[in-house]
Design a protein around this ligand. Structure first.
Ligand code: LLP
Length: 438
């Protein structure tokens, strides 16, 4: 997919860059991002919304992969940006992302985060709960500011990868429940608070969703609620945000739809369920993360040791693992990989790919078919663009990999590989326990 191909030397090439050259230049493990594919995904959303005729914003959910260069691309592609912490906000601001197009999420924003966002002139907050409504109103008042907010509601649709269920959603740490009346009370309160300007509602039903039914159902519930608020409170929402969650293909059996299908399902449902609205339809926002960057990312590893247990299994270890990709250990996520320096060689063996952490759960892929693997070979794991770098850790004091953007045969470093100095950079040894002066 994207700009990946196997070149004449049998090497994997991404964005016109041979991965053996990338290894020579940047080392491994290495996150490689196909910049053209990221831009293509952004454009698919923007174009599908334009075709709907509705007013819209597509906010890239930066939690999927938040670095300054990515924020620049999101801006260039006319996206808005969803952040959930001061760290993501700071990254966006440092990248010069237009602050009016930044939306601040999260179920437990600190006062310092609220202040930082208000001082910067944030576009809007997505308010999650009653405590936050009061605190945010107070913080805004202390700054003589009026801040735009969306209220996060749980529409009673909970989407899992394949199925969705309409119950159980009440038991969620996020948002105001539409079903039990708490959302209605929250709207009443929010519109009475003088330093908050209620723009509308937000709903996010889950992640890695393949079907459109859950989104359509969420639109219906949110629309019914918005219409009730308009009738009973005479308050008209200007914005409805339907969150993210659009699935991607990691392995065979994953069956996502085209981006345009998801957008059309949502915009059609808006047109249907807001029919009784009687005025210009609300502006529709979405927040895709995974589907913008997921399949554009590849992680390149060098193969090290192996252990063959005859009749049982052959383990092949790479120079990274759960520190750069915790998803298999956390969610049992499945990935595909190729032997990137001998991609045309015939398949000869089935191996399981282990990471280098001191933990038996540090396995990246079980039962992967590869050519005969040797020490020094390169393994490329695909679809690692989302929730890999952003969830990476320093467990075992392993350094986080570098990130490069590739396009048209050029490779640009966007995150340096961590150094050993970085590893001890925040450590302090109190004099009391130091044997000698450092
Ligand atoms: N908006 C909100 C409010 C969210 O909570 C999320 C994801 C998104 C948007 C973006 O969803 P996406 O389009 O990326 O599915 N760490 C997990 C995924 C957690 C998603 C959390 N929220 C993973 O690695 O699969």
């Amino acid at each position: 997919h994207g700009t990946s191909q196997i070149n004449a030397s049998g090497h994997l090439e991404i964005g016109g860059c041979d991965v053996t050259d990338l290894k020579a230049k940047f080392g491994t493990p290495l996150y490689i991002v196909d910049e053209e594919l990221v831009r293509k995904r952004c454009r698919q959303y923007v174009e599908a919304f334009k075709a709907s005729g509705l007013r819209f914003q597509v906010a890239y959910a930066s939690k999927a992969f938040c670095v300054m260069a990515m924020c620049r691309i999101a801006e260039e592609e006319d996206m808005s940006l969803d952040v959930v912490s001061d760290g993501e906000l700071y990254t966006a601001l440092q990248a010069g992302f237009p602050v009016k197009r930044i939306h601040f999420h999260g179920n437990n924003k600190t006062i310092e985060e609220m202040e930082m966002a208000i001082d910067a002139g944030i576009g809007c907050f997505v308010v999650d709960n009653l405590v936050e409504l009061h605190v945010l109103d107070g913080v805004a008042a202390s700054k003589n500011a009026t801040v735009n907010i969306l209220l996060r509601v749980t529409p009673g649709v909970e989407a899992h990868t394949h199925e969705y269920i309409s119950t159980g959603q009440t038991d969620s740490k996020f948002g105001f429940d539409i079903g039990n009346g708490s959302a209605f009370e929250a709207v009443k309160l929010a519109i009475s608070l003088s330093n908050l300007n209620v723009l509308g509602l937000h709903s996010h039903i889950g992640s890695q969703i393949f079907e459109v039914n859950g989104f359509e159902m969420a639109v219906q519930r949110v629309a019914e609620f918005a219409i009730r608020v308009k009738e009973e409170l005479n308050y008209r929402f200007q914005v409805v945000n339907l969150g993210g969650g659009f699935g991607i293909r990691y392995v065979d059996g994953d069956t996502p739809l085209e981006v345009s299908h998801y957008v059309k399902a949502i915009t059609d449902a808006v047109k249907t369920h807001f029919a009784a609205w009687g005025e210009e339809l609300p502006e529709i926002w979405v927040e895709p993360g995974r589907s913008i960057v997921g399949d554009a990312g590849t992680t390149l590893y060098t193969v090290g040791t192996s252990k063959d247990i005859p009749g049982v299994r052959k383990y092949v270890a790479v120079d990274g693992g759960m520190t750069d990709n915790p998803r298999p250990a956390l969610y049992e996520s499945k990935y595909e990989a190729v032997l990137a320096n001998r991609a045309k060689d015939a398949i000869e063996e089935t191996v399981s790919i282990a990471g280098k952490c001191c933990e038996s759960g540090d396995m990246l892929i079980w039962d992967l078919e590869l050519p005969k693997v040797q020490n020094g070979d390169l393994l490329a794991v695909s679809c690692t663009g989302a929730y890999n770098y952003s969830m990476a850790s320093n467990y075992n004091r392993i350094r986080r990999p570098a990130v490069v953007f590739v396009q048209q045969g050029e490779s640009d470093l966007v995150v340096r590989r961590e150094s050993l100095q970085n590893i001890v950079g925040n450590d302090l040894v109190p004099e009391r326990i130091s044997k000698q002066t450092i």
